[in-house]
Structure formats: structure tokens, C-alpha cells
Design a protein around this ligand. Structure first.
Ligand code: PEP
Ligand code: MG
Length: 545
């Protein structure tokens, strides 16, 4: 038995086989080939295999996401047969006498470049597709596994690190746990593990060796320990621990339907954070009063091209209807930094967390923004939706957003599409700038929601992604707590409500502090809702501290 230690991201015990996920190597090697005709044959064979893979993928997509969404796979198949594309690859192999991987890589890059400079929006979007099919052929040529993590049985996923875009594509019903060599507890991958209710241990380091692939393992998400080929005694011990956890959970079930009220009568809203429509079941199961943060960017992350207005509308409508009149706060696209999407073609940046991201992208590429806003306003007719904007730093941004909203509403009115006129509009308070001008901002919006994950990163000047800085990343820092108080006072001064949707909202050691500050809402991972309700109900604010 090997015992590995890492950082706990989410509690729980998991037992199962390890599947080691190897990331595709993205550097294509260039080398000269002796037999050019044989190299061309090698390419033709890889093309045929890629085509077959796409056929299978199409069938799977058809069954899982419907014909409209599966069509993109057919577009890939058509591209794979495109004569100009094939001619370019053939020419490079035959005239330069180089390997097929290189010829495909160069052709893919060239075609993507041409597509991305076209005026037509549809053609622009094809840049990501041509890169995707080229990568597929290169993977087949280099005999690498398909990029997506695929498996039939439930497994423990092991990896050096997982990007949010890889995590979101996991089949949640088949992932028992994930364990990684690297990773920070404040990253979006860690947040996803909590939202998905999956025990996870990260930052294990090099001890997490690839040779463990296929071996039985036990993950103790409470202590951040992984046992490879666990001994009988450990398995028994953990079984008991698991049972105790189940008992605790069962006790919390009794709190369903009860109020979030302190012993002395102060009430607070407890909502849930979600990454997509698949999490709604957990929200309802845990009796959350609403959804305090729907991270809409995951709709973009799980796709290979921009989700259309119709697709987005269908998701938002589904959430609004499923929550049956309960509040659903949808945050607009918060892409960038660690949440990278290939088809956005975002530039590489020196400081991505301080870079071109979130509302900055939306206020630059307004069509992306307006598509989302149209989908949101249309969905507003089906439930109790609110919209929230991320990474706000100035009043001007809010005023510009409100102008764009006016345009979207006018366009919808013209087409006769129904929507709710007085939708609540809120902003995230996650930059020190927003805190410092929160009195001005409060006069322009209906609510604030504090993003303590980013507020901590920007206030303490600590990259939340850097695992080396985990011990310095201190959301309990006095500066953060003071900022929360400032924002709360300013919100209340203008009769607006304020919540917290960052991970700190679920920190039970601060629940009483937040209640005393006058925070009106706490939004946490679905699995934490009942535990937080319990904490609120045990609190007595009339006792002096
Ligand atoms: C935050 O920054 O606290 C937040 C809720 O947003 P995200 O974690 O998605 O950046
Ligand atoms: Mg944030």
C-alpha cells in the first residue's frame, strides 16, 4: 500500500480504480521523411480513422444532445473532406518531404488564420473547427488517445492537473473522485469538484505516479490522503468513516423545508452555486432557496464553438422553469484567466488574471454579450431570473452595460418576443475598486454579490491559481472582512441587498460574522446548503461576542 498526501478540496470517501489521464502533447515535431508516398498513405489512413471517430461521435451526440447540437460533428466531417485542405497537406508532404503531423498542423493553423479574419461571423467560428479536426488527425497520427477523458466504469481520475474545460466535460456520474499532482484549492477546477460533490485531493506532487494507472485506490477527501492498493484495515476504517458521514448527512436532511433563521430570529437566504443545468437536481435535493450564482461561462467551456442564442435560451429557460419561481441569478460570461476556450482565440497574456477577461471581453465584443443578454431576457419570461455581471471595476462599465441592456430590450420588443421588463440587475463585488466605489455602484444596480475568491486574489495580490501561494491566500484577512463590511453598508444605505457567492460563503467559522455584518444572502455549493442552514439555526446574535 502507498499513502499519498495532498490538499483536500472536497470531503468524502471514494474507492475505485485509477484512470490516469494523459494530456495530449501539443508540440508537433518536424522531421524529414525518406518515403514521401508512404507518408502520404499514413496521412490518408489517419484521415479515414478520424472520419470514423467522428461518425461514432455523431451518433453519441445525437443520442445525448440532439440533432441540432450534433450537427457540428457533421461540419467537422465535411471539413475533413475539403479538397483545398487535403491538397495543402498533400503538397507539404510531397514538396517538402516532411512528416504528416507537421503538414496537418501547418495546414490547420493556416486555414484557421484565414477563417478568423473573415467578416462573416459563421465563417469566423469555423477557425476553431479546423483546428479541432487538425488536432484530431495529429492525435491519430501520433497514436494518442482522444482529448476527452473517456471511460465506461466509474473511476478515480488522476492527472498532473485538470483545466476547468476538461473537468466540465467529465461524465459526472462516472467520476468517483479526482486526484492531481498540481492545482490550487482556489482554482475553478477545485470549485467544480465542490459543486459536483466529488471528493478530490490536489497538489499531491510527483508521488502520484503514472504506474498507478488501473490500480485500486481509496481517496479520503476529508484529510487529503490517497491510499493506493489500500490494506483491508484501511478499507474497513474508511467504511466506518463513510457511514458516520452518511449519518450526519441524514441528520441534516431533517432540516429540509425549515427556515434559515438564527435563534434570535434573524433570517438569511441560502442559495446554491451551479456550473450548469446538470447541477439543478442537487440544488433541489438540498433544498436551496434559489441559485445565487449560475456560472454561465461553463456553457461556453463545454462546447467547441460559441453556444448560439437558442442553445443558451434553452439552458436558462430550463433552469428558470426547474426552480419554479425561486430566484435564479445568472452571471454573464466570466471567461479568461484559468477559464480558457480555444474558439475565443484569446491572446496569450503575461498576467491573465489581470487581463482581457469577463466583462472586459463582453464590452469589447458586444455581439457575444448581446447574444447572451437576448437569451437571458427571453428566458426571463419563464421564471424568476436575475442577471449579474462579473469583474466590475467602474461606474462607467455599469452604465455601458445598462445602455446595452436597453438596446437588447428594444430589439426584443420590436420582434414581439416576451420578456420581464423589471429584471433584477446586480454586480459582483470582486475587485477592491468595486468595494471602494460601492456607494456609487449601489445607486445603479439592484443587488451586490461578493466574489470572495477574486476579491482575495486582487486585494492580497495573490494569484489564486498558484499552488505555492495557497498558504498566503487568506480570505480571513482583515482587509477582506473590512471590504465586505464596506460593501454591505453601502448596499444597505441605498436599500439594496447584498450576498456572498465566493467560497467564503460556505466557511462556517464566519457565518456568525456575516450575519452580524448584515449580509442578506449566502450562496454555496449545493452539498453545503443544509450544513449552513444548521449553522445559522445554531447561532444566537443576541449573545454578545
Ligand atoms: C469569486 O470570484 O468569488 C466568484 C464567485 O467567481 P469565480 O470563482 O467564478 O471567479
Ligand atoms: Mg470571480
Amino acid at each position: 500500500m502507498y499513502v499519498l498526501k495532498g490538499k483536500s478540496v472536497f470531503g468524502g470517501i471514494a474507492v475505485g480504480k485509477i484512470l490516469f489521464y494523459k494530456k495530449p502533447k501539443d508540440k508537433i515535431k518536424l522531421y524529414k521523411v525518406e518515403d514521401k508516398t508512404a507518408e502520404l498513405e499514413r496521412f490518408n489512413l489517419a484521415k479515414e480513422i478520424s472520419f470514423k471517430q467522428l461518425e461514432e461521435l455523431y451518433e453519441k451526440a445525437l443520442a445525448e444532445v440532439g440533432e441540432a447540437n450534433a450537427m457540428i460533428i457533421q461540419v467537422h466531417q465535411m471539413m475533413l473532406e475539403d479538397l483545398d485542405y487535403l491538397e495543402s497537406i498533400k503538397n507539404i508532404i510531397l514538396t517538402q518531404g516532411v512528416n504528416a503531423e507537421y503538414a496537418v498542423g501547418v495546414t490547420g493553423d493556416n486555414f484557421a488564420q484565414i477563417f478568423s479574419t473573415m467578416d462573416d461571423e459563421y465563417m469566423k467560428e469555423r477557425a476553431a473547427d479546423v483546428l479541432d479536426i487538425s488536432n484530431r488527425i495529429v492525435r491519430v497520427l501520433s497514436k494518442e488517445e482522444d482529448n476527452k477523458i473517456q471511460f465506461m466504469e466509474p473511476v478515480i481520475i488522476a492527472a498532473d492537473d485538470l483545466a476547468p474545460s476538461e473537468t466540465i466535460q467529465l461524465d459526472k456520474n462516472k467520476v468517483l473522485s479526482f486526484i492531481t499532482m498540481e492545482g490550487s484549492t482556489n482554482s475553478h477546477t477545485a470549485i467544480l469538484a465542490r459543486t459536483m460533490n466529488i471528493p478530490a485531493v490536489i497538489g499531491i506532487g510527483k508521488d502520484l505516479a503514472e504506474e498507478f494507472d488501473g490500480k485500486l485506490a481509496l481517496v479520503d477527501g476529508f484529510t487529503g490522503t490517497v491510499y493506493i492498493e489500500p490494506e483491508e484495515a484501511i478499507l474497513k476504517e474508511m467504511e466506518i468513516k463513510k457511514q458516520k458521514e452518511e449519518e450526519k448527512k441524514a441528520l441534516l436532511q431533517e432540516l429540509k423545508g425549515k427556515e434559515n433563521v438564527t435563534k434570535d430570529g434573524k433570517k438569511i437566504n441560502i442559495y446554491a452555486n451551479v456550473g450548469g443545468t446538470l447541477d439543478i437536481g442537487a440544488v433541489l435535493l438540498n433544498d436551496a432557496g434559489g441559485i445565487g450564482l449560475f456560472r454561465s461561462e461553463f456553457l461556453y467551456l463545454e462546447k467547441e464553438s460559441f453556444p448560439s442564442e437558442e442553445e443558451q435560451f434553452a439552458s436558462y429557460k430550463y433552469v428558470a422553469e426547474s426552480m419554479a419561481g425561486k430566484k435564479v441569478i445568472i452571471r454573464t460570461l466570466d471567461i479568461g484567466a484559468d477559464k480558457q476556450v480555444g474558439y475565443f482565440n484569446l491572446p496569450r497574456e503575461e498576467n491573465p488574471a489581470l487581463g482581457f477577461r469577463a466583462i472586459r471581453i463582453c464590452l469589447t465584443d458586444k455581439e457575444i454579450f448581446k447574444t447572451q443578454l437576448r437569451a437571458l431576457y427571453r428566458a426571463s419570461a419563464y421564471g424568476n431570473l436575475s442577471i449579474m455581471f462579473p469583474m466590475i471595476t467602474s461606474l462607467e462599465e455599469v452604465l455601458e452595460i445598462k445602455e446595452i441592456i436597453k438596446e437588447v430590450k428594444a430589439e426584443l420588443k420590436q420582434t414581439g418576443i416576451g420578456f420581464k421588463e423589471d429584471l433584477e440587475i446586480g454586480i459582483m463585488i470582486e475587485t477592491p475598486a468595486a468595494v471602494m466605489i460601492s456607494d456609487e455602484l449601489a445607486q445603479e444596480v439592484d443587488f451586490f454579490s461578493i466574489g470572495t475568491n477574486d476579491l482575495t486574489q486582487y486585494t492580497l495580490a495573490i494569484d489564486r491559481q498558484n499552488p505555492k501561494l495557497d498558504k498566503f491566500y487568506n480570505p480571513h484577512h482583515k482587509a477582506i472582512l473590512k471590504m465586505i463590511q464596506i460593501a454591505a453598508d453601502n448596499a444597505h444605505k441605498y436599500g439594496k441587498w447584498i450576498g456572498i457567492c465566493g467560497e467564503l460563503a460556505g466557511d462556517l467559522s464566519l457565518t456568525e460574522t456575516f450575519l452580524r455584518m448584515g449580509i442578506d444572502e449566502l450562496s454555496v455549493s449545493p452539498a453545503l446548503v443544509l450544513g449552513l442552514r444548521n449553522k445559522v439555526r445554531e447561532t444566537n446574535l443576541s449573545k454578545s461576542i
